[in-house]
Every structure is written in structure tokens, then in C-alpha cells.
Design a protein around this ligand. Sequence first.
Ligand code: ADP
Length: 543
Amino acid sequence: MQGLMMSMPLTITSILRHARRNHPQVEVVSVTADNPRHRTTVGECLQRSAQLAHALQAQGVKEGDRIATLAWNDYRHFETYYGVSCMGAVLHTINPRLHPEQLAYILNHAEDQWLLLDPAFMPLLAAVKDKVPELKGAIVLCEQEDLPDAPEGVALYSYEAFIEGQPVEYDWPELDENAASSLCYTSGTTGHPKGVLYSHRSTVLHAIAAAQKDVLCLGATDCVLPVVPMFHVNAWSIPYVAPMVGAKLVFPGPKMGDGETLHDLINDEGVTMALGVPTVWLGLLNYLEANGKTLEGLERMGVGGSACPTSLMRKYSENYGVEVIHAWGMTEMSPIGTVNTLRPGMEDLPESEYWTMRAKQGRTVFPVEMSIFDDDGNELPWDGKAYGALKVRGPWVVSGYYQRPEVDAVDRRGWFDTGDVATIDSAGFMQITDRTKDVIKSGGEWISSIELENVAMSHPDVAEAAVIAAAHPKWDERPLLIVVRKPGQQVGSDELLAHFDGKVAKWWTPDAVEFVDELPHGATGKVQKMALRERFADFKFSA
Ligand code: ADP
């Protein structure tokens, strides 16, 4: 027997309608390149989203078309989240720190038709324009008078002129809740970046869950500052959660790495919850300590993307009264998988035990399921000791990659292998202990070790090279290049590192080189990265 309740599609449009009706007056504050405090409201932004949808429709954009963005967090980028997805097109947010080669690959693979970009990223557009034949034009997120010169052959508009005069209402289509809403490529993988294609349903379910008390705990009395970029898994869904619950939004624009700006935004705007990777919060902490500053109303800080050092949690808690909420997730998981929030009795634990618990990545968020498995696929006990491949499944977990049918995202039993290795204790708290994927995460952004190895191996004096992640106090991890020279060759670190110039993004270049006589190999001849990571576990980068 079927239930007799309405079947209302879960679409991002339903968030838009709810926000416009219930809290249009909620403030949206942004730092932009030319305005330290731009102020608007959710209602105005969503009217401009409708104008954007009209303008894109006038250019022939249809349901399912991909529209790319290359932008920092601000109100215009926020408007694209609704304008593009609610008209039925797919918002493809791209990381501007990518090397132009990767950017061109992603734009082509996604067959993006239009690119919306900040003026600061014009050089990237100039670098890729001849390699992206599908792109019909670019829209610069600026006023008409600030429109930069168009690179040759590119149809260029200013966002403000593009949407000007368009109606502020749009007859939003009734979308299938499983229709694609947005697209984000992950570089946390070997080979080419892979596209994760979110649906309206997965996005809305994730946002409802994210607002819950034991997740991000967000409501109408909150003011939330997503420092995590809007190109990074939809800024961990804050642009959807805040309009859903009526929370004020504060966007840091290009100043996300600036301790002083973050401090001022938090104190002046009444931020209660801020989210970002550990490197950002370390930067803010250094600023606070160096300048004897305090944080006024900040209650919680969501930290994820990389393991959060316990010392960081303790300092924020003990010196600034801010609770650090450690979370784990992935692009493939929209991104939230687990969150570390208190369980009854935890606060009474002895101090060291308490912090050991808080440093774990946390418990699963319903209805995501997770477990750990050995190499033969047997499930391991949740005893806090056994460790194995961490796998997940749930309604906001990837089922396949965009236009990559050859990649099996999910195993026969329906689990997605995260590439992380973890323990889970009897209370359900998961802790990451290692990683099987061969990548490095620096300041929350991926670096491909394989690409770096290819560059190193292309040097004529190098016999063999391996790149591993080594612990770094500021960036969490940085690439360490380990090299076996060809017999009789004496190439040095400086020359080898100079060899990376122009071949990879500058921030990918390894921080140090170690020369060894040989690399450890497994039975199949593959370099044993785990053995290398163990050998260089105590490696310290010079300051
Ligand atoms: P995000 O950075 O938003 O979590 P990515 O897809 O870029 O998403 O990266 C996901 C990977 O980052 C995870 O598989 C894991 O290796 C690492 N990661 C994310 N959060 C944590 C965390 N809290 N602790 C340790 N590693 C983490």
C-alpha cells in the first residue's frame, strides 16, 4: 500500500522560493575586489538570480547546459548558484588555482558554454581561450565600467550589463528532483580530474542535514562566514543552508587568507559560525596572537578538508571560547560525511582523553552509512583499533563520475571507496589514519604526486623519482621529492626544482628534494609509497 502524502520534488528552487518568501530581508555582506563591505539582502540577490536566468536564456542556454564559474566567495557568485541551477542548467564551479592545462581540460570535458569569472582571473581566460572551442562567451563579475579588455576572439560581457533590465521574476521550471544541479571536479585522484555531478535532490537533502544540531547547527539567529571557497564542493553547502534557515551570510571575497579581514568580518558582522580548512584558521590564530586580538561573538568553527591539529582546537577553545567542530568529507560526498560533535558524558572525560576524542573526524551524518573493510572486502570491527579502507554510501554520495563510464565509482555491494584509511570506535567516531590515494593536500587543495613525478623523471639526470606528502606546520602537507640520480650524475636540488617552472602550477613545486640510492619497490615493481612515508615520517621542511 502506498502512502498518501504529496510528492514534492526536492529542488534548489524550493530553497529559493522559501527564502524569498520567508526571509528576503536577511543580509548578505561581501568583501569584493573594490568594496571592503558590499551589503545586500537575500531577496535582492535572488531577484538578480532571476535576471541572470533570463539573460542566459536569451543567449540560448537550456536545461542541462553547463555554465562555469571561476570566482571567489561573494554575492554575485552566490546569485549564480540559484540563477543557473534553478533555470535547469548546471553550475560548474572551477578552482582558479588550477594550472591552465587542467583548466582547459575541465572546461572542455564539461563542455561549458559560458564562463562567469572575477576580473582577477582574466589572465586564466586569456591562457585557455584558444583551447576551449565550445565556450560561447565569458561574463566578468563586475560593473560595466570595470570591464577589462576582451582577449582576442572572446565575446566578453560585464555581469551587471548582462543582467541589467531583465525581469526580477522568473517562471522557474518544475524540475525533476534528480536533475543535475551542479558540477565540481575533484583533483584528489590519479589521472585527470573527475566530475561529480550533484542533483537537486542530493543538494537539498545534504543542506537539510547540514543545518541539524549535531552537524553545523545553523538557524535564523546565526551569521555564517564560509571561508571555504564556493568552488570547493559548493562551499560545504553553506550557500544553500543559510537561505534555507534564514542565517545572515558573510563572504570574504578574495581576502579569505587574510587574518585581519577575517577577524574584522567576524567581529563587525556578528559572525557566529565560520567554516574553512585548518590552514585558514591557523592564519587567523597567528594574527590574533600577534596582535592581541579577541573574537567577539564567534561560537563555532567548522574545520575540514584536512585533519585539524588538536593544538589548534585547544587554542581556539581555551583562549577564544570558540568550539572547533572537526568534520570530514569529500567532493564525492557533497561533501559532509562525518562530524565530531559531543555525545553525553564526553565533556566529563579527563582532559587528554577529551581532546583525543575531539580530534577524531567524527560520527556519520544520517542517512550516510560508513564502514571499514580489509583487503578482502571483509567488514572490520568498530573497536577503535582495526583500520581499513573507509567506504560510504548514501543519497548524497557519488554513484558515477561525469562522462567517465570506464571508472567504477561504486563496488558490487554499493559502497564508494573514499581512498582514506580509518578506524571507527565503539561510539561510532571515525578517525583517518592514512590514505591510499596518491595525492597531497596542501592548504586544502590537491596536488598530484604522479604529475610531479613525471616532471622530475623528465630531467635527464634522474633515474627514478617519487613524491610523497610530508607534514608541514602551515599547509598541513607539502610535496617532498625523493630522487635516485642516474649513475655518475650530480644534479642538485635547486636545478631539479627549477625544472618544474612553467610545467605545473607554481604552488605545486615540491618544497624539498631528498636524494637516495634506491626507492622501495613492491612485487609488481610499483614504488611503495607507504614505506616511503614511514621512512620520511619525521622529515622537517626548513623554515
Ligand atoms: P574536502 O576538502 O571538501 O573535504 P576533497 O574531495 O577535496 O573535499 O577532499 C576529500 C579528502 O580530503 C578526503 O578523502 C580526505 O583524504 C581529506 N580530508 C577531508 N577532511 C578531512 C579531515 N577532517 N581529516 C583528514 N582528512 C580529511
